[in-house]
Unconditional design. Structure first.
Lengths: 232, 232
DNA sequence: TATTACGATTGATAAAAGTCAATCATAGAT
DNA sequence: ATCTATGATTGACTTTTATCAATCGTAATA
């Protein structure tokens, strides 16, 4: 594995507190690979042979059933994905595909499980990471079950605005069809939902969003830290 | 804490591999309490002061937003709940209420975090538990995003049938209004959904369900282990 | 036994969301 | 600069789901 990726990975919360020898041991069996855009890295149902670490690029986690497909989450560097399947030695529940040219480190799952039995700090870091993941999905579940698609979009825009620095003009982080899928609606409905937010001062030009009056949108969206706060 | 509950809790996967002294230390600050039905044990947003262990009875985890409420999961003995909030020392994302007379052990969260720093086996058990919880929510998320309410009900009935032993006649495990909420629909729609499954051999009398032809229903429901298998 | 309260069901209607087909806009490719 | 492929948008329509109001059924209570 190249030194650059090695250092970046070492800095991840997940690995930062590991004993040197355990981290080195873990990395010994790992390798880094470059993938073009739109490559399926993981297929749901497959055994979880590797823990994946996205070093650069972007990855979409999605699932399918009965000919339908839905986007579950987007992974941005530097972070791991499919950790739960790895530690449980169970099949992947989601598929993963690159959204752009990406660099991924692959760590054999059995090495991860071995390190986790060996290194208490690593085990503790995994706990924190998994608890974080769990809480994220719960928030997303609440978003889906408690809000209409218009409300979900409104809150997404507020989150994204904050994430982009808080200015009244910002860019969507991914293409609309995938945003629609993430938000649990069709692309057609997303288009209509954007129109539905015009009365609250939202205007759209391609991927550029303008929120005229933040407070006006907020009054409609009613953001809630127990759903929308992507920290805690 | 009474010996009976102590022993039952000790047997939980979460605590089974802990060093004796750590478990004893953890239980020193814990206490068991009896609650009548319909008591709110936890309110979302509150700091996570205690890890809860349901010793007997049943507990509903639910969330609210903007005057709406949805049931997220049902806890049956013996298991813990709100583990993620405890280990992250973050506010509860869900509220909890007893569905019947229940016995709950309360373990101070700071003791849990201390034990988790001290005891590698405990940390590892928490990992397994959290990974399990995470995967459950992901499955539920897929169920919600990929299926119509009729399909969700059909698959729920197949799961419940299996859970009840596989016979063609079985009982629903909770009242219909709560089942509706768990499945992400209104009680009115649940009624209609049951009717919609009649052509596939499903009949309902109160809480008693009859599935005439398991395979017929299965052909419609298309159950999938990556969504419906509540083990792995 | 009659009463009452509450959940379940039904019907009518409205709102939300999905589908299908056509068109538009735009970024790359030629 | 033009062509082309793909995603976005729009309109018409259907399906799904929610809402509201009324009624039914049943189990607990008086």
């Amino acid at each position: 594995m190249p030194d650059s990726a090695y250092g970046d990975i070492r800095k991840l919360d997940l690995f930062a507190q590991m004993a040197d020898e355990n981290f080195t041991g873990l990395m010994r069996g790992a390798y880094v690979q470059n993938f073009p855009s739109q490559i399926e890295l993981i297929t749901e149902g497959d055994p979880s042979d590797f823990l994946h670490v996205l070093v650069s690029g972007a990855v979409d986690l999605f699932s399918t059933w009965n000919g339908r497909e839905t986007s579950m989450a987007t992974i941005r560097p530097i972070s791991t994905f499919i950790l739960a399947a790895t530690v449980k030695d169970a099949p992947y529940l989601m598929s993963a595909r690159t959204l752009e040219k990406s660099r991924v480190a692959l760590i054999p799952s059995q090495d991860v499980r071995a390190a986790f039995d060996l290194d208490g700090n690593f085990a503790r870091a995994i706990v924190t990471e998994l608890a974080q993941c769990y809480r994220s999905v719960i928030k997303s579940q609440k978003d889906l079950k408690l809000r209409t698609s218009l409300e979900r979009l409104a809150n997404y825009l507020l989150r994204q605005q904050r994430h982009a620095g808080g200015g009244s003009v910002f860019e969507l982080e991914f293409e609309k069809r995938r945003l629609a899928s993430v938000l649990g609606m069709t692309p057609e409905n997303l288009s209509r939902a954007f129109k539905g937010l015009q009365p609250y001062g939202v205007t759209v030009a391609g991927t550029r969003i303008t929120i005229e009056d933040h407070n006006e949108l907020k009054r409609f969206a009613k953001p809630n830290r127990l759903i929308d706060d992507h920290q805690s």
